[in-house]
Every structure is written in C-alpha cells, then in structure tokens.
Design a protein around this ligand. Sequence first.
Ligand code: UDX
Length: 479
Amino acid sequence: VISQKKMSSSKKMINVLMVSPTLQGHLNPTLNFAKRLASKGVHVTLAIPEETPHRFQNLNTQETNSHHHNNNPSKIQLEYFSDGLSIDHDRSKDPATFIASLETKGAENLSNLMTHLKKNDRSFSCLITSLFMPWSVDVAVSHGIPCAVLWPQASALFSIYYRYVCNANHFPNMENPNETLQLPSLPMLRVRELPSILLPSCPPYLKKLLMDFKPILDKVKWILGSSVYEFEEEILNSMASLRPILTIGPLVSPYLLGQKESEDSDDLTANLLRPEDSCLQWLNDKATSSVIYVAFGSLMEFSQKQMDNIATALKNTKKPFLWVITPQKGGAELPQGFLEEIKERGLVVTWCPQAKVLMHPAVACFVSHCGWNSTLEAVTAGIPIVALPNWLDQPTNAKLVEDVFKTGVRMRIGEEEDGVASAEEVERSITEVMEGPMAEEIKMRAVGLKEAARKAMVDGGSSDRNINRFVTEISGKFT
Ligand code: UDX
C-alpha cells in the first residue's frame, strides 16, 4: 500500500489528455472523471471535437481559465480539435459521415494538437479515450504514450462485447429474438435483452465500432469502468483473467455522492441543452416521495404511440410527475389538451438538472430508458427505476436493474406491440415500484446500493483505490 504522502508527491507533475465525443452520455462521465483526477493533483487536458463550443452551456475555455486564479491551480484545461466538418453540419442526422470524418481528419487534428501542446511544454503521461473514437488509440501510440479507455457503461456490457468479438463464448443466432444466451456471471439473456449493437438491425457505422474493439484492446493498457466493484463483483471477477476492468465509478456528479460541489467545479458542466432549474422549485411544493420522474436521456426518440401511452398512464396514476421531453426529431408531440388536463399535477420540461432532481426528497421513482449514466445516477441517489429501454446497452441495463441490482422493474412489451409499451403496462409498472408488494424491498435495495456507491468513492473505497492505483501507474514511479 502506498502512503497518501508518497502518492501526492508522486502525482505532482502528471499531465493526462482526455478525449471525449460530444455526446452527453460520454461527456458526463468524462468530465466527472476529470474532476476526480484533478482532485488527486493530476493536471487534465480535455480535448473535444471543435463542433461543440457553441452547443455547451457552461463548458468553455474562458470559464475553465478561471481555475487558474484560485489557490487550487488549474487542473482541467480545455482544448478543441476539429472533426473536419463544418460547424453547421448536422452530425446527428448523418452519424456515418461524422464518424468517418473523425477517424481521418479528427485523428490528424488531434495528433497536431498534441504536437503543438508538447512544444508548449505540455507532454502527457497518458491518453484517456473512448471506444467511440478507437482511432485515438493509434494517435497515442504514434506519440509514444500509453492509453486508457474510459468505459462509460456497465462492466457487464464490456464483458458481453469482449466475449463476442474475441469469440470467447458461443453466441446464438441473433435473428431469433427468443433465443437465449448464458454467459459467465450474467443472468440468462434473451437475444432481445442483448445490446442492440450485436443485433442484425444495428446500423453499419455502429457495427464497425464494435469490430474495431478487438484490435484496439491489444494497444490499450487500462480499461477504466464507470461502475462499482460491489455492484458487479461476479462479472468483474469473471473478466479478471480475460481482460481486467478497473472500476472507478460511479462517475456521476459529486452532488449525487453527497459531496457538495464547490462553486469552482460547478461551473464546469457539459449540458448540451439548457436545464430548466425552475423544476426544483416545483418539486419543493410536492410531498416527500410522491413524484414520478420521467426522462429518457439525450438520444431517445419516441413514436407518437409511445408518447400517447406514457401521457395516458401518467394521467391515470393521479400522481404528480416531472417529465423531460427533449426536442424530438421524429416529431412526436404531447396529446392535444394534455397539459391543460393535468394542470399543476404535472410539469413537462425540455431538460432538467437530473442529479439535483434525483436527490430531491419529493422524487419517488424514475421512469428511465436505462442509459448507463441515468441508471448509475438513480442507483447512487437510492431511487427505484421503472425501465423502458430502447436500444444500445439499455435493454441489458434494464435486465441488470431488475434481476441483479433488484432496484426496479422493467416494462413488459409483447411481441405484437412493436416495441411500444401500452398505457396499462406503463401505469402497472409505476404502481408496482411505488406501492406494489415488492415496493418496500426495492426501495431498501436501492438505499443499500446508494450506500455502496458512496463508500466506493470515499478515501479507501474500492473505486478510490483503483483511481489511486491508476494515478500511480501513469506516474511511472511504481510500475
Ligand atoms: C447514451 C446511450 O443512449 C446510453 O444507452 C449509454 O449508456 C450512454 O450513452 P443517453 O441516452 O444520453 O446516453 O443516456 P444516459 O447515459 O442516461 O445519459 C444522459 C445524461 O444526461 C445523464 O447524465 C443525465 O443526468 C443527463 N440528463 C438527462 C440531464 O442532465 N437532464 C435531463 O433532463 C436528462
């Protein structure tokens, strides 16, 4: 065991470069890890594709520079590199072009940025990157620095992808949604509970990212997972001899961990939409554990039918609710007259300060798509989940919530329903979590995991020890 003193003296001059795609689900854990590293004396440079500055609310170089002026010298510095596309190119409409341009022009520009920074006395001990940008691993190799991957999803997902691309296990025919798969230390998974990137319907640009996974793993020294050892102990142990994952999470807002964010770190957030803080006042007027919080992350798009069914269910529960509806590209809208009908009982916003909402005493449960950040945030806040997953890792996360964490339930959707949960099913699952026979047990489990999450991140906790180990290893003094 390395003493704290030794640790801090060995950390002093460590510079790391982090890169993140400009996706909310990646930026949040990246920024939270950057803050965590900074608190351990590491100087972090966060480089993001140039398209973002105009979209960020709080993340800009000017505000980050203010970190230079306090007693705690600057530890997080922002840099931008171009992805090669014009600023008004709609990247979400055409992700294939975006990813291809990042791979060529983005790689070149990131490399140039690193050369430029080196000339200005900023050499890095490590590049911490995302598998969404697999090419960045080669950039690190070409600059002769080791590379870590920040894995922003469950360790269970890493284990599934690893076993798939490395042919470590037999996978069933993915055409049949009812086939099952038993992998070590995971519950039995039906094909439709697997991450959608493995299914035939997955778009080719995402399949390519999956296929890049294997060659990249050989060049990466650390896999840093935004999870907690105590949450996924068996899965992590089963991966230890194949490809160990160092859990360093939950990489959620310090607010969720009960650590009040300082003013300083508060201004460094990466909201791609402006949060409507007024919803916190609205929550203040509601009774303890009475409100249903409904939000589906940054990417979800609903069919009109699903939107209508959720609206009907919320109306029928007769309970207060806060519903985040981000601008829908598909054009689904609230049913006519809905807002007038529900009056004060419900509030609909386009984006909210989710960490603060989940920590609000009025919130009883979270109807969620089970993106990994939202899942971790709910677990860390001790809030039960009602899962309505859509794609990517979400169906598997929902399965983990129900069967492994046991902190929530999944909505049941029949074959003939075309992926849409009925109004009755939405209402039934909300009621099950709030007042069904299992409600108390689910809440107790949620509170238990909340404590485990906090313990992992305090001094000496499992994630804190892993972060210290990582910092020690990149410092090069104890390897
Ligand atoms: C994407 C994928 O969809 C998800 O499956 C994967 O695990 C991560 O990348 P996203 O859909 O945006 O992410 O969901 P999620 O991972 O839950 O991240 C959303 C983030 O936005 C959370 O940190 C959440 O706190 C934040 N958020 C969401 C807000 O701050 N306000 C809101 O109103 C809604």
